[in-house]
Design a protein around this ligand. Structure first.
Ligand SMILES: [Zn+2]
Length: 489
């Protein structure tokens, strides 16, 4: 006790007699304060608050270029009508091979775009050695960012799933769906689940999502209502939200869309408003998933339609960038190219505007032709010919040569007389006549295709905003996610 009194007294004397020491203290304090301010300023300088990651599934450089040339061609101009994405000041290229194959699938490529690590085709969020990988979306969510993942295909399909799921197989849809529910991400949007309830024993994924605090909205209007009362949201096409037992696939192709169908542009605008209103930083992944589907079907008009539609969603993000240029970073790329789509199939000709005569996708044409086979009766050739005229302009605006006519008639016989003659593409079996008719139109437009699958063609990179310059040049797809993450921290 006495000791304490003594030391207290000593301290007081010391303090009074050492005013200069206090002054030094004060100066040091100010110095540290100044240094802290400088450091904060520097870190603010390097930080991005809003990150957009646009992934055009299957969108190679030619899909972009041919969309621009098609738009110019419609106006009778030679050259390009620029899309939003090519207006961005930074461009680059990206190689896409996976850890198992020179040609990647969407799950391995999605995993790499989300984590920076290559993996084996078919895997999601699991590395070559079976290690669990962390995605940029998970990392940012942990750091308090709001996270949205939206697409034109099912929300548990490979590319969106690559941002939240770990699975040895991209086809384990039910398990992937459960991981979506457990992700705690703020927003999902797209078509519904592939397997909402595989068997009666299993809980329905929509019920699980609601239990986990997600509100489920069918279309933008319902989403606008539900955002007022819920913290987490899943926005689906109206029909998918209404029928929660149904297995879901994708949005209609842009070329097949009806006025009441939700567009990716509308979904993107809603997502930006929703995430921005939550306050703080956000990360939004937007997938244009059906450029790929059109490539698998070698359907030039559908591929161009999807690319232009994807670009419209990018335009919405660029409007946001105009408001917050110092805090926004938009990156656009693709997971791989699909189909080997090429402007040119001999000579120096392109006639892309002939594609304007196509009024539905090859998928819808195939269904319409199949539906003509009724009560075991093969429809007459004249009847089928009329449908080809209505949907593709054949024998009307689009002149058909004798050779092409013979080709179409042969395909007509195979379609209705040979069971199992469909062309099996990844997402749909297309009947011979639709496949042949679409191929003829593409040939006339001088659109070349080398594959019904993916190719190793490099894909484009476009970027705008803070730190965008880091994405210029030739990259490997492993480099993108780490660069984005660096900008966020
Ligand atoms: Zn694909």
């Amino acid at each position: 006790m006495q000791n304490n009194v003594q030391s207290y007294g000593f301290f007081c004397i010391f303090a009074r007699k050492n005013v200069t020491l206090w002054k030094i203290f004060d100066i040091m304090k100010r110095f540290w304060y100044f240094l802290a301010c400088v450091l904060v300023c520097l870190s603010v300088e390097a930080q991005v608050k809003y990150i957009f990651y646009f992934i055009g599934d299957g969108m190679g450089a030619n899909q972009v270029l041919m969309s621009e040339m098609y738009l110019a061609d419609l106006e009778g101009k030679l050259g390009r009508n620029q899309l939003f994405m090519t207006h961005m000041p930074v461009a680059g290229m990206c190689a896409t091979h996976s850890a198992s194959d020179p040609i990647t699938d969407s799950s391995a490529a999605g995993t790499t775009l989300a984590t920076g690590e290559k993996t084996v085709n078919g895997r999601l969020g699991i590395g070559v050695k079976g290690d669990t990988l962390t995605t940029i979306a998970e990392e940012l969510k942990r750091e308090g960012w709001h996270v949205g993942v939206i697409t034109t295909v099912a929300i548990d399909h490979a590319t969106p799933a690559a941002f939240y799921a770990k699975s040895k197989s991209r086809n384990d849809y039910y398990d992937i769906g459960k991981q979506l529910v457990a992700s705690d991400f703020d927003l999902f949007g797209g078509a519904g689940f592939h397997q909402p309830q595989p068997s009666k024993k299993d809980a329905n994924l929509y019920d699980l999502a609601e239990k986990a605090g997600y509100a489920i909205a069918g279309g933008i209007q319902e989403a606008e209502m539900k955002r007022k009362t819920s913290q987490k949201l899943i926005v689906l096409q109206a029909s998918d939200a209404a029928d929660r037992k149904k297995e879901c696939g994708n949005f209609p192709y842009a070329i097949d869309r009806k006025p009441e169908d939700m567009t990716l542009k509308e979904l993107t605008a809603f997502s930006i408003s929703y995430l921005h209103d939550m306050g703080g930083a956000f990360f939004l992944m937007v997938e244009g998933g059906m450029v790929d589907y059109a490539g698998h079907g070698r359907d030039g008009a559908a591929a161009i339609g999807e690319t232009i539609d994807f670009d419209a969603a990018i335009g919405v993000a660029m409007d946001f960038y105009d408001k917050y240029p110092d805090e926004t970073l938009i990156l656009v790329t693709a997971d791989h190219e699909t189909g080997g789509m090429t402007p040119g199939n001999g000579g120096h000709h392109l006639d892309l505007q002939i594609l304007r005569n196509q009024h539905c996708s090859g998928w819808v044409l195939s269904d319409a032709l199949s539906a003509m086979y009724k009560d075991d009766k093969v429809p007459g050739w004249e009847q089928v010919k009329a449908l080809l005229g209505e949907k593709l302009g054949f024998y009307r605006e689009v002149a058909i040569t004798d050779e092409e006519d013979a080709e179409l008639q042969a395909a007509y016989h195979r379609t209705y007389e040979e069971k199992g003659s469909e062309v099996k593409t990844l997402y749909k079996d297309i009947n011979q006549l639709s496949n042949t008719a679409i191929a003829i139109l593409n040939k006339k437009a001088h659109v070349g295709w080398t594959s019904y699958s993916h190719t190793a063609s490099p894909v484009p990179i476009f970027a705008i905003g803070r730190g965008a310059e880091r994405f210029s040049g030739w990259h490997d797809n492993t480099e993108l996610a780490p660069l984005l993450l660096k900008m966020a921290k």
